[in-house]
Design a protein around this ligand. Structure first.
Ligand code: ATP
Length: 282
């Protein structure tokens, strides 16, 4: 077995509020190179908190209270992500792990052109590039995500929601990271655009070989595109397996419950409006 790209071990995250919330409870998982790992689970189960922990974007009152997140460098050595800080953390983000978050398309700066926003990444991280080289790379990135390079001169408000999200994906790809964390990357978009973008992400993954930690409420989509799926319940990762195994032989009650909510996947009667109540020993 090859060594994993990312190994999360016993990760525990709390929100230190008046009534502290343990949002991630001793979660362990690995993501291999080039793999799409999908994270499923109902709203509030801790998926985003886990994603933010991996990218080291958690802000107080969130606090990582235990565990480790180990990263495998290109040369085979390992790096504890939780130990990164200052310039090392900045260099690590975007170039090793990048992010596309929910509503990210609204994260574009409205007063700057697409060109300058993509170029900024190169200014920050690849100081040696000339202005002409930065523009050439920005144009190439846009083409990669299926946007005409003439859009370099556009402002965000001149683009559709789908295009803005593609620009965000282009930016996430800019420094050829080895893992892209995507938290509901297409949720705000209509189904056709969503499907196109997902297909494109998959194609780019094949082309560039990056791994993806993919989070969405859409279990059908998750099962379709993921190599492995993890199921979270109340901060715990209760099951992880390839989609086929989950579908045919789910080991946890909650996974069965989730799958039953998607009748088209299993042909079962849908469970609507019911909340999962954990059984003792489940
Ligand atoms: N800033 C915060 N302060 C206190 N509690 C928080 C904060 N952010 C999240 N939580 C709590 O942490 C838990 C996990 O939230 P999280 O957003 O990670 O879940 P999620 O599975 O990503 O949900 P969703 O799919 O709705 O985004 C929830 O109980 C949530 O209420």
């Amino acid at each position: 077995m090859t060594e994993p790209l990312l190994s999360i071990r016993d990760l525990t995250v709390e929100y230190q509020t008046a009534d502290p919330v343990r949002a991630v409870k001793s979660v362990s998982l690995r993501i291999d190179q080039g793999e799409i790992f999908g994270l499923a689970g109902e709203s509030g189960c801790g998926k985003s908190t886990l994603a933010y922990a991996v990218t080291r974007l958690l802000q107080p009152p969130a606090e990582i209270v235990g565990g480790s997140i180990e990263w495998r460098n290109q040369d085979g050595s390992t790096q504890e992500i939780l130990d990164l800080d200052g310039p090392n953390l900045r260099a690590f983000r975007w170039s090793e792990i990048s992010m596309v978050f929910q509503g990210a398309m609204n994260a574009l700066n409205p007063v700057h052109t697409v060109r300058s926003q993509i170029a900024d990444i190169f200014i920050d991280h690849k100081a040696g590039l000339s202005r002409r080289e930065r523009t050439a790379r920005a144009a190439e990135l846009l083409k990669t995500v299926g946007i005409d390079e003439r859009r370099l001169n556009s402002y965000p408000h001149e683009l559709s929601g789908g295009m803005r999200q593609r620009v965000m994906i282009a930016m996430a790809l800019a420094l050829r990271p080895r893992l892209i964390v995507m938290d509901e990357p297409t949720t705000a978009l209509d189904v056709v655009v969503q499907r196109n973008i997902i297909e494109q992400i998959n194609m780019l993954r094949t082309q560039f070989g990056f791994a993806v930690l993919f989070i969405t409420h859409d279990l059908g989509l998750l099962l379709e595109i993921s190599d492995r799926v993890g199921v979270m319940l109340s901060g715990e990762l209760v099951e992880q397996a390839p989609p086929k195994v989950l579908l045919e032989n789910p080991s946890h009650d909650y996974t069965r419950h989730l799958l039953r909510s998607f009748p088209s996947l299993r042909g079962d009667a849908p469970v609507t409006g019911t909340r999962y109540v954990a059984q003792k020993g489940a």
